[in-house]
Design a protein around this ligand. Structure first.
Ligand code: MLT
Length: 222
């Protein structure tokens, strides 16, 4: 079993019958969703809120019942991946492009488990470029304003055209170097008018499940 699968499947041990679940997006939580699909076939009663159209399609194919975010006030648990995590439980997310919906879903979750492989656990965030979702209107201006914060933003591309999120927006991938004050940067970025949301998740994850190359799994609790 690869490290991502180990972490993804381990997280599902925290799921209990009757739970309302946030279903993350990406290559690690993919394994959690596959496992949930198996358990649903065997009678587990859960409902999920997907964080992307990709996860929505996957869940529908697996027969996982879904509800819309608007129809609920709180989720019991969200399981999602991350591109980087540190020992303060701060995350960079958005490599998969779903950061906005992921953050909305995480914000109403009583618990948030992050599933990663051991290559994503870092001392300092920032080697992975921080994804920032911006509106298309005036995007060059927003890029300039983000770069003035000390980053080198690049418009994310997809086959020679700008990558478009599920929300119809663009993404800037931003090299800030080592991020020392994740909360401050998160708030400063979101003050720029053309910025919709950024991939810094602070005070959201309470558990990090790490799949290791050697086949073991480590769990960190906040
Ligand atoms: C993300 O945060 O964009 C993804 O969930 C990371 C992943 O692929 O696991």
């Amino acid at each position: 079993m690869n490290a991502k699968q180990l972490a993804g499947e381990k997280a599902v041990e925290h799921v209990k019958d009757g739970m309302l679940l946030g279903l993350g997006t990406g290559s690690t939580v993919y394994w959690s969703i596959l496992k949930l699909g198996d358990l649903v076939k065997k009678g587990l009663n859960i409902k999920g809120v997907p964080t992307s159209t990709n996860t929505e399609k996957l869940a529908i194919n697996l027969g996982i019942p879904l509800v819309s975010l608007s129809s609920i006030n709180q989720l019991d648990l969200t399981i999602d991946g991350a591109d980087e995590a540190n020992r303060n439980f701060e995350l960079i997310k958005g490599g998969g492009g779903a950061l906005l919906r992921e953050k909305m879903v995480a914000s109403i979750s009583r618990r948030f488990i992050t599933v990663i492989d051991d290559t994503k656990m870092v001392t300092d965030l920032g080697e992975f470029p921080l994804p920032v979702e911006i509106i298309q209107f005036g995007w060059e201006l927003t890029l300039k304003q983000v770069s003035e914060l000390g980053s080198k933003p690049k418009l994310r591309m997809d086959n020679n055209a700008p990558f478009i999120t599920d929300n119809g927006n663009y993404i800037l991938d931003c090299y800030f170097g080592k991020i020392q004050d994740a909360n401050g940067l998160k708030n400063t970025l979101n003050m720029i008018p053309g910025v919709v949301e950024n991939g810094l998740f602070v005070n959201m994850a309470d558990t990090i499940i790490i799949g290791n190359k050697n086949g073991s799994v480590s769990t960190l609790y906040k």
